[in-house]
Design a protein around this ligand. Structure first.
Ligand SMILES: Nc1ncnc2c1ncn2[C@@H]1O[C@H](COP(=O)(O)OP(=O)(O)O)[C@@H](O)[C@H]1O
Ligand SMILES: [Mg+2]
Length: 504
């Protein structure tokens, strides 16, 4: 390329305006290196959470600051590092990409693609640790989250902006309940983020397959930190997921984050704390584990109109052992969240799936958001069911049973059958309202459990043809007038009659 006079002048200006001369930089030294953690000396000005870069190219962040050394949690594999390696502060914190470009993608906690679909298109990058909205920025939780799971929507309704814990023993359907809730959002305006921390790759694969086959994957971000990834990556995963979700919330949209699960996250936190020699407390967890999870879950919120009116709902998951809800991490999380859905291994083994233990589950916020039609239909459901369960235990000892008690037992048994629901089969609001009405009106009392199953299968179609107006009204307004109720009931009665006397 010919160098003309203008080019030369420009180049001269650039050279002259470049600050030459010495620059100072702090270089630290790796003192010790252990599973995913490095102790570093010689970096007195590094701040908490600052991103550190090793000369060999690896990254980590400062998790513990002591007067003469730093506990650095590695975000990359440690095997290439050794004592004596040089490291420096970057002056920045850990950031992740955010924006709609992440939808339909599987990424790691730093937003790097794991799905082989090419680079992630980010709208911006934001720090993984961000302050939760304050009191003034928040609004009350008033809009429902339709989970499509009958037992949850009728008895433990969730609202947008709520934090509800899903807790239970291994293999009691925790992940399935969360994934089903995501699947139910496929036609809604909710964006879902599924964060898998330390979960088996096969379990994550199953979750992703379910989302894909039920058409919910395009509205989803799946963030995976597998059990073999460095503990640092697993530690930041829920925070990174929160940042991705918050971006939608702050743009006036509605997001739902599932964190599967915080027990594994707490174990990782404990591992890191022990390696960086923080003093262990109860169950060997460091004292700040409560604060870590509270800080994380406080970021779920319903924002005020001034703040754009967006919402972020959180469904953290916790695992228990032998149903022990009073272990350290489950009690912490129960006290941080706005309620818990407890899944019981005994119910699961009896085939009662979803295995929600109605006696100890609670939703402290969402009840007020429940659609009027459903609240109306289900108002005495919880009490009736609790009475039935108690009565069932008593009558198990035999003896003669009064007809009135027998009727209550039959009703309760039908209710229990109805609350069973297959995985990945979300119900529409109108189906839920109709099904609960059918039980409460006693229409199902004369049917066998098989017939109840058939009733359920035909319900949606019958409502579509026989009560289209009522269906439309429930879906648009969440309410039912007397005439609509009568229309629904007549469809239900006809359906029951056709089952009792099938055409031969
Ligand atoms: N409602 C349901 N109907 C049928 N099978 C279910 C249901 N819920 C869970 N399962 C099955 O139970 C098994 C364990 O569920 P999973 O959600 O992985 O449990 P967890 O996350 O508690 O370990 C899975 O094979 C899942 O398919
Ligand atoms: Mg699971």
């Amino acid at each position: 390329m010919p160098h003309d006079a203008a080019w030369l002048k420009d180049a001269t200006v650039r050279v002259q305006s470049t600050a030459l001369g010495p620059t100072t930089e702090h270089r630290g030294r790796v003192e010790e290196i252990a599973d995913g953690v490095a102790m570093i000396s010689g970096l007195p000005h590094v701040r908490l959470d600052e991103l550190l870069r090793f000369d060999a190219g690896q990254f980590g962040y400062a998790q513990v600051l002591e007067p003469d050394r730093i506990g650095c949690v590695l975000l990359d594999a440690a095997h290439a590092l050794q004592a004596g390696d040089a490291v420096r502060g970057t002056g920045d914190v850990v950031r992740v990409p955010v924006g709609p470009g992440l939808l339909g993608r599987i990424v790691d906690p730093l937003g790097r693609p794991l799905d082989g679909k090419g680079p992630v298109v980010a709208q911006a990058t934001l720090p993984i640790e961000r302050e939760a909205p304050g009191i003034i920025d928040r609004d009350l939780v008033t809009e429902p989250v339709q989970t499509g799971v009958l037992v949850v929507d009728t008895l433990f309704a969730l609202g947008r902006g709520q934090r509800e814990l899903i807790v239970g023993d291994p293999a009691t359907g925790k992940t399935t309940l969360a994934i089903d809730t995501i699947i139910a959002q496929k036609d809604s305006d909710m964006i879902c983020i599924y964060v898998a921390v330390g979960q088996k790759t096969s379990a994550v694969r199953r979750a992703v397959d379910a989302l894909e086959t039920h058409g919910a994957f395009d509205r989803c971000i799946v963030l995976v930190a597998g059990p073999a990834t460095p503990p640092g990556l697993q530690w930041i995963a829920p925070f990174a997921g929160m940042t991705m979700a918050e971006h939608f919330r702050d743009n006036g949209q509605h997001a739902l984050i599932v964190i599967d699960d915080l027990s594994k996250h707490a174990a990782t936190h404990r591992e890191i704390a022990l390696l960086t020699r923080q003093s262990p407390g109860r169950e060997a967890y460091p004292g700040d584990v409560f604060y870590v999870h509270a800080r994380l879950l406080e970021r779920a919120a319903k924002l005020s109109v001034v703040g754009g009116g967006g919402s972020l709902t959180a469904l953290p998951i916790a695992q228990t052992e032998a149903g022990n809800l009073s272990a350290y991490i489950p009690t912490n999380l129960i006290s941080i969240t706005d309620g818990q859905i407890v899944l019981a291994a005994t119910l699961f083994q009896e085939g009662q799936k979803p295995a929600v233990d109605v006696g100890v589950s609670v939703s402290r916020v969402g009840g007020k958001t429940q659609a009027h039609a459903l609240r109306d239909a289900a108002k005495s459901l919880r009490l009736d069911y609790a009475q039935f369960l108690e009565m069932e235990v008593f009558t198990r000892f035999g003896g003669t049973i009064e007809p009135r008690v027998q009727a209550q037992l039959t009703r309760g048994a039908r209710l229990r059958t109805v609350l069973r629901q297959n995985q990945h089969a979300p119900m529409r609001l109108v189906d839920e309202v109709a099904l609960v009405m059918a039980v409460q009106e006693g229409l199902l009392d004369g049917l066998t459990p098989e017939q109840v199953g058939t009733f359920r299968d035909h319900l949606g179609g019958a409502l579509d043809t026989g009560a289209a107006d009522a269906r439309y009204k429930v879906e648009t307004t969440g309410t039912l007038g007397e005439a609509d109720k009568a229309a629904l009931l007549s469809v239900l009665r006809n359906l029951v009659t056709s089952l009792e006397a099938p055409d031969v």
